[in-house]
Design a protein around this ligand. Sequence first.
Ligand code: FDA
Length: 307
Amino acid sequence: MLGPVILAASRSDRMRRLISAAPVTKQVVDRFIPGEDVDDIVPVVRDLADDGLELTMDVVGEDITNPAQAAAARDAYLELVDRLKPLELGTRAEMSVKLSMFGQALEDGHELALKNVRPVVEAAAEIGTTVTLDAEDHTTLDSMFAIHEELRKDFPQTGCVIQAYLFRTEADARRLAASGSRVRLVKGAYKEPASVAYQDKHEIDRAYVRILRTLMEGEGYPMIGSHDPRLIAIGQELAHQAGRKLDEYEFQMLYGIRTEEHRRLAAEGHRMRVYTAYGTDWYGYFMRRLAEKPANLRFFARSMLTK
Ligand code: FDA
């Protein structure tokens, strides 16, 4: 069971220093994170959009320690919005944000995160697009959902993420589906204790299907965030059963993972959104991708050894 070990390492400063400084790491990181700054990422956005794909953009960097870094994160997103504006993609390029990056874990973090994220949501709306709040570990979620609700008063299109592995999520899904929200459903990527989350893969998959049914039958806009071929097929079936048209739900996958599937779904007429992360502080994001698939770790270790 390598996944939990890697997730524990994702919180270790010592491992962060070691891995970030390793000479070959960057090559492996590039598979998942196609750029360090906004200049790198604009051509990537253009290419994916030209291929008929939609995007949600993530500036990586959740581990901030002071309000100045939270303000810098806000400014990085504002710059991204500025650079997206001339592309005129509207909702075809939206933003995903982690509230931790906007200061949520600092003193008075709830208010600080809300204060920092609001201008990003406003700027996104000005260019005809929107923002989705990512889900982080379970201790952050009450604050995330409260911020989501607050933002939706002025910007009803603001989305949020729910995680199938958490026991609480079925109730969250019912509430969000009734309120007509955009909701991305994922399995969940953090190390969570058995007191709050399913630990067994099959139980998580079964919960995913139950929750997806609730979203499909509800009033909102479901976003199926998964690379799992079974869940993708079930998602299509549930959408069909609920009488949803192709533009009344969407699929989402991460940049660099099952890219042939991105194109297959788009070619079939589905809305297919690619979660595209960029930035220099990629450690936490990268480690979660390693934890999801142990083969990634073997590839990473081999590249270190053969250097
Ligand atoms: P699963 O892990 O079973 O993977 C199915 C198949 O996909 C694998 O067999 C493999 O082929 C491929 N695959 C999956 N992950 C891979 C990887 N890292 N490298 C290579 N191949 C891989 N989580 C969270 O807690 N909060 C969030 O806000 C988000 N946001 C988010 C957005 C989007 C668009 C996606 C797709 C995912 C997230 N996640 C997330 C991550 C999510 O919780 C989960 O960890 C991953 O999606 C992996 O789960 P799958 O559903 O893909 O299934």
